[in-house]
Design a protein around this ligand. Structure first.
Ligand code: COA
Length: 147
């Protein structure tokens, strides 16, 4: 059984471990001050939102972050699911699906017009889940990085 709760200040240790795991999956690093600011903004639950999945014994095994933004094709907002991670030891047992459902349900309550996210074309594991719970749009992601 997986329980999902909002990230609070008391979750710092568990959040850190999951965030590190997520960054390691992407072979990415972010400066400590960014991690610090991200945690603070998630805990504030205003512009950024986050939830942690736990097993019955309390062990934190998964993390999701999301945000909303205005859009021209709706009078409301879109919900962007930015980060999703489940610890390797707990994968394949429904935590990822439950975390997406948590965001979908939050977005529905908030009145968002849709929930969307990006993934790497070759992330077959994640896409096996996504193909079960959402529709692939076929859009290709471009970006210009600014220093
Ligand atoms: C993607 C990820 C979050 C999925 O989490 P998870 O808890 O393992 O996912 P779930 O157990 O909820 O899987 C849900 C469905 O996907 C299927 N699935 C999960 N892993 C699979 C795999 N390796 N191969 C095939 N199907 C798989 C499950 O069978 C399940 O389907 P079902 O409920 O119909 O049986 C997790 O693998 C992860 O954290 N990966 C590394 C980080 C990452 O890729 N994040 C997403 C970036 S966009």
């Amino acid at each position: 059984m997986t329980t999902i709760t909002r990230v609070t200040a008391a979750d710092r240790g568990d959040w850190d471990e999951l965030w590190r795991g997520y960054l390691a999956f992407y072979k990415a690093t972010v400066p400590p001050e960014v991690t610090e600011a991200t945690f603070a903004r998630v805990v504030a639950d205003e512009e950024l939102h986050g939830a942690i999945a736990r097993l019955d014994d309390g062990r934190a095994i998964g993390l999701v972050h999301w945000l909303t933004h205005s859009a021209t094709w709706t009078t409301g907002v879109y919900c962007y699911l930015e980060d999703l991670f489940v610890d390797r030891s707990a994968r394949g047992a429904g935590a990822g699906r439950a975390l997406i459902e948590h965001v979908r349900s939050w977005a529905e309550r908030t009145g968002a017009a849709k929930v969307y996210w990006l993934t790497a074309d070759d992330n077959a594991t994640a896409r096996a889940l996504y193909d079960r719970v959402a529709r692939a749009t076929g859009f290709v992601h471009y970006e210009i990085t600014l220093d």
